[in-house]
Design a protein around this ligand. Structure first.
Ligand SMILES: [Zn+2]
Length: 254
């Protein structure tokens, strides 16, 4: 089949991972990805979305925009965020209008965020390997765990499991434990899936789980979505507010 995509102007996007997480020879190990500008074809994809499908539709959109050839499932989550951000800027411009609720006075503020001011988290190249295996010692139990950073295909599995479980769990969210089960590769050298599941559900102390997740979030190459916020009503200042990626990220109202 002829490559239709490449007739459009393209843009090279740098990846937060700098390609360090991908195996040698992988197209993304260069640390960049080529994407094309959004056209009417992508707008078709976006307008076919209903609220429930939005996660899936963003993946369809990104797949349609990516020119670099590789298995989409290989994408690390933070890199996907960067592509999503770039696609939004190329497609609808850099200003993202969003409503932020003040933590102090509950007042809702309309804010315009310049998306080009968002930066990637600083990463120390020496800390990453192409095997995607990392070690962490849990501060409370002192147990040694091995873990990996999740890729798109893992996130898809996590989401599928969560959807399945939601039908039976009556509102109880299993998001934290489900994701942990996918991230963990071994506990004290043991890599049996059953043992890992049992550990996550019964032995993973909250202090340890919190420390693990903080370490994971610190190390995971990603876009830094934190923004500064000053409340016009009460003057409350927040220097590291996580930018909410709402429905209108790709469906701007104006
Ligand atoms: Zn306020």
């Amino acid at each position: 089949m002829p490559e239709v995509k490449s007739k459009f102007p393209t843009e090279v996007v740098e990846l937060p991972s700098k390609g360090l997480l991908y195996p040698e020879g992988h197209p993304l190990s260069s640390g960049t990805i080529e994407i094309k500008y959004m056209t009417a074809r992508e707008e078709d994809i976006l307008t076919s979305a209903n609220l429930i499908q939005q996660g899936v539709v963003i993946d369809q959109l990104l797949k349609s925009l990516i020119v670099t050839e590789f298995d989409y499932g290989d994408l690390f989550v933070g890199d996907k965020n960067a592509i999503m951000l770039a696609a939004r800027i190329f497609g609808y411009g850099k200003i993202y209008s969003n409503e932020i609720t003040c933590m102090e006075c509950d007042q809702k503020e309309e804010v315009d965020i310049d998306l080009t001011t968002l930066e990637y988290k600083k990463i120390d190249s020496k800390k990453y390997n192409k095997k995607n295996v990392y070690e962490f010692t849990l501060p409370n139990s002192n147990r040694k765990v091995e873990y990996r950073f999740l890729q798109h295909r893992d996130e898809e599995e996590v989401q599928k499991e969560l959807t399945r479980m939601a039908k039976t769990s009556k509102g109880l969210s299993r998001e934290v434990t489900t994701r942990l089960r996918y991230q963990l590769l071994s506990i004290d050298g043991g890599s049996d899936k059953k043992d890992i599941n049992n550990f996550v559900l019964n032995e993973f102390f909250a202090v340890d789980s919190k420390a693990f997740r903080e370490n994971y979030a610190d190390l995971m190459p990603d876009v830094d979505f934190t923004v500064g916020f000053i409340c016009n009503s009460c003057g409350h200042t927040d220097t590291d507010l996580e930018l909410p990626i709402a429905v209108n990220f790709f469906w701007p109202s104006r």
